[in-house]
Each structure stands twice: as C-alpha cells, then as structure tokens.
Write a protein that binds this ligand. Structure first.
Ligand code: ADP
Ligand code: GLC
Length: 479
C-alpha cells in the first residue's frame, strides 16, 4: 500500500505532545511491514537537522487563494526508515517561527496550507497514495478537499482516514478558509462544516473521512457521549459505523530501559538493581533526600485535561507527613505552573519541580520513579503510562480513555495488576489512589510483582500498525 500521513507533528523533529511520537512510530512500523509511507508536516523554525534534508520539490505551486505571492513552497525530505520518507513543507511566512501552535491571526490559513501543499506535492510527483491518513484538527479539511474540489483529480480515488488524537481541539475558525482552499460555499451549513458561525476543521474531517480512528477503544466509546464529545458527539455518532479505536504503542527504539542512553544505569525485569541507581540519581538531580520513600513522578502538559489541579491539592498532605517524594516536569497554564513551583518551595528535599520541556530528563523520571501519576479528566490514549510500565514505574491513573485500556488495577487477592486505577475526577479519588499506591509500596513482594507484570505488558507499535492496516483495507473498500 502507498500511505500518506499528513500531520502537524512528527518526532523527533516536531513534538508538542504524544501526537509527534505516534505519527513517527506508526510510519516506521507501517514501513517495516512492507508499505510505502510518506509523512508530510510543516518545517517549523525549530526543526533540527535541516542541513541533512534533501530537496524533493524546489518550488511547488499550491492551489490556494489569498496572496498569490504566498501560494508556493519548497518540499524538503529525509528518510525516516527504509520505505518511509518525511516531507517537510517549507514556507517561511507560515512556518518559519519556532512554535508549532502559535497564536496568530492566520491560524486557519497556516493549517490549511500544509494539507493542500501535501496533496499538491503528490499530484506534482505523480505519487498517488491508496490511503491518506490525517491527524487532528489542523488536517481536518483534507478529507473535505478530497471529496469536493479534488474529487475529479487523480487524488479522488484515495481513501481517507482521520485520527482523532484529541477532540477538545477542533479548529473553529473563520469561514474565509473556504474560498482560500477553493472549497464550495454549500459546505457552510450546520449539517456540514458550519459551527457557531465559523468553520470547524475537525467536524469537516470527521464527516468527510472515509473512516475515523481514535487512539483507544474506550475513547472511541466516550466521544459518542456529551461528557467527552466537546459538542461534536452528534457528529461522531453519525460516523459510528466507520469509527475504530486503535491503541498507540511504545516505540522501543526510544523507550527501552535495557538500552536507554539517558539513564545512570540500565535495567530489566529480570534485574531491577539499575532502577535503584536511577532513583538515587533522580533524587540527587532534584535535591531530594536520599531516602527509601516512594517517589511519584509526573511529566505532562499542565492543562485542564490532565487533572493535575486535583493532584496539587492532595500532595501537601502526603509531603507534610514525609510519606512520599514527588517530581514534576511540565509546562502549560501559568497559574498551575505557579502552584507546582510553590509546592516545591514549600517542601524542599521532598518535592522537585522543573517547568519546561526536557527530553532526556523525561527518560530519567520514567526510570527513577516508583509511581507515575496521570489523574486525567479525559485521555484519548496517553503514552506516558505505557512508557512508565516499560520502566517498571507503576502508573496511578484515572479510568478513562487509553488509561483504562492499558493499566490493570492491582488486586491484592489475586496479586495481579500493573498499577493503581481510580474512577472519579475529584480530590478524594486522587487521595484514595495515592493511599493505595503507598500501601502497595509497603509490601515489597507485591510491589516488585506488579513492577514485573507492568514491564512484561506489551504495547507494540507493530500490533497497532497491523490494526491500522485493517482499517485502511476497510477504508479502501468503502471508498
Ligand atoms: P499528550 O499528547 O496529551 O500531551 P501523551 O501522554 O500522549 O499526552 O504524550 C505526551 C508526550 O510528551 C510524552 O512523550 C511525554 O514524555 C512528552 N512530554 C510532555 N511534557 C513533556 C516535558 N515537559 N518534557 C519532556 N517531554 C514531555
Ligand atoms: C493526544 C492525546 C493523548 C494521546 C496522543 C497521541 O495528545 O491527548 O492522550 O496519547 O494524542 O495519540
């Protein structure tokens, strides 16, 4: 199969969260299964290593309205893996700045342009995919283009798939994007792309993609309901027959405790001694006491979704009585950053907080902690709980989306389980879950047994890629 991914993020070149990890791992695994894969995304100012890129198309005319001087780009490329190529859409005005999602007046154009550029690159190269797989709201108008403006072009025969990595971000923007993309005005109605007087990119993608994927089976059910649908539940319901939930996986090239170059010492399920060294190393790094108390970690965007406003209310009780240590790496809402900074200030030697983004430190936290906390209000898939398990760090998670699908609550009578799972989105539930974690840590045999079960849980991208191929097959048939 020829498969084109269109995505705003591809790790390690561009990554704001799990989307970047997911697209690059999926592309590599599809290629490993013998398919021809291309991944198109913007060349942001922050993308490293452009001197190693080739030039695929020096000047590509892109069929958009607006300022004609801006309707062209260059396409750079590099090999992701044998049979997999990344295409970077280079356009100084749109993507030259460092940020992936800056607040700008031309957000709609900036998002729409790279999708259309990827399609025009295919036409120009005569490389016509069997499936075009779009990711999240920025690419939502691609399936709409394929069904309308480009229907009579060679791309009209491509099936399209849209992955929803997060339904909260929809791209509700000005209707001026329709003439910009040369889309027909009849699309501007409530049964189509219109939403609250604007054009909703993600709604367009959900309605027009041949099939829709979400990144876990539980999230695929949740988004049919008002509590998780962010106003699009009716739209998702219309596509229910073409909706699949497919779990992401763990990229073992990146997250393997046995050969992780970021760690003070590597380790495995058979020999956990290196994990103790990693804990001491992390305690040193955050100036925590070198004590044998359970260490809980967080690596996260500090946004409402992640429920870390609940955790910050509960943690002082445990820190005050010296029953745990805590480290956090993250950034986001400034008031929450402030709350966590204050937590670290109030409990020196017990809590450490690093506001910012730090790839190597994220590995050391996964390896050095005993528990990893994710009290998410909703979590389409979540990758960190899987990375944690691979590192023998037991996740403490709320039973939602991919967290519910990947973590098994520890059952003391059967001695089976891979973490702590709680149900409710409130302070009491987080408190309960941390108490459960501390009780488990206090029984070393049980704790080690849970660690080993967690490390043996398999979250393979190959399996995920195979499930995607089944979905692509259905999409091609449906189309
Ligand atoms: P989301 O995409 O909703 O943020 P995921 O769990 O799917 O959540 O993925 C988050 C990814 O981003 C993980 O790879 C995680 O390690 C990484 N990450 C998040 N915040 C940071 C940070 N401050 N520093 C380094 N990595 C981070
Ligand atoms: C989104 C979701 C997260 C998911 C990631 C990759 O950022 O918030 O749950 O793991 O996409 O699919």
């Amino acid at each position: 199969m020829k498969i084109l991914h269109i995505t705003p993020e591809i790790a390690p070149w561009s990554k704001a969260g799990g989307l970047g990890d997911a697209t690059s791992a999926l592309a590599k695994n599809l290629a490993a299964l013998g398919h021809e894969v291309r991944v198109a995304s913007p060349l942001y100012g922050s993308v490293p290593g452009r001197e190693k890129m080739g030039t695929l198309l020096d000047s590509l005319k892109v069929d958009v309205g607006g300022d004609p001087a801006k309707a062209a780009c260059r396409v750079r490329s590099l090999e992701l893996a044998p049979k997999a190529q990344a295409w970077f859409i280079e356009h100084e005005d749109y993507y030259g700045a460092r940020e992936i999602y800056p607040a700008r007046e031309d957000t709609a154009e900036r998002a729409a342009f790279f999708g259309r550029a990827a399609l025009d690159a295919c036409l120009q190269l005569g490389w016509i995919p069997d499936v075009i797989h779009c990711h999240d709201w920025t690419t939502g108008l691609v399936p709409v283009l394929l069904n309308t403006t480009l229907k009579a072009s060679p791309l009209g025969r491509c099936a399209s798939v849209l992955s929803i990595h997060n339904l909260q971000h929809q791209g509700l923007l000005s209707r001026r994007i329709l003439p910009f993309l040369r889309l027909p005005e009849w699309l501007f109605k409530a049964e189509e792309l219109e939403c609250l007087g604007g054009v909703n990119f993600l709604k367009g993608g959900i309605l027009h993609a041949t099939r829709v994927i979400t990144v876990s089976p539980t999230y695929a059910q949740e988004i049919l309901t008002p509590a998780f649908g962010f106003g699009l539940q009716d739209v998702v319901q219309r596509r229910q027959a073409s909706l699949d939930g497919i779990l992401n996986g763990v990229d073992l090239d990146e997250w393997d405790a046995h050969k992780d170059k970021h760690l003070a010492q590597t380790f495995s399920a058979q020999d956990l001694s290196g994990k103790r060294t990693c804990k001491q190393d992390l305690q040193k790094e955050f100036k925590l006491a070198q004590a044998d108390v359970p260490l809980i970690g967080v690596i996260s965007r500090l946004w409402d979704q992640k429920g870390l406003d609940l955790a910050v209310q509960v943690l002082p009780k445990f820190l005050r009585s010296d029953r745990l240590q805590f480290v956090l790496l993250g950034s986001g809402d400034s008031w929450l950053e402030q709350e966590y900074r204050r937590l670290a200030d109030n409990f020196p030697g017990r809590a450490g907080v690093r506001i910012g983004y730090d790839h190597a430190l994220s590995h050391r936290i996964e390896a050095g902690c005993d528990f990893f906390l994710m009290p998410s209000r909703f979590e389409p898939c979540g990758l960190n709980q899987m990375y944690s398990m691979a590192y023998g760090t037991l996740p403490i998670v709320r039973a939602t989306g991919g967290l519910a699908d990947t973590v098994r609550h520890w059952n003391p009578s059967t001695r089976q389980g891979t973490g702590i799972v709680f149900q409710h989105t409130d302070v009491g539930a987080v408190d309960w879950a941390i108490e459960q974690a501390l009780a488990l840590y206090a029984r070393p045999d049980d704790f080690v047994s849970a660690q080993k079960q967690a490390m043996q849980a398999e979250f393979s991208w190959l399996k995920s890629a195979q499930a995607h191929l089944v979905c692509y097959g259905k999409a091609i048939q449906q189309h």
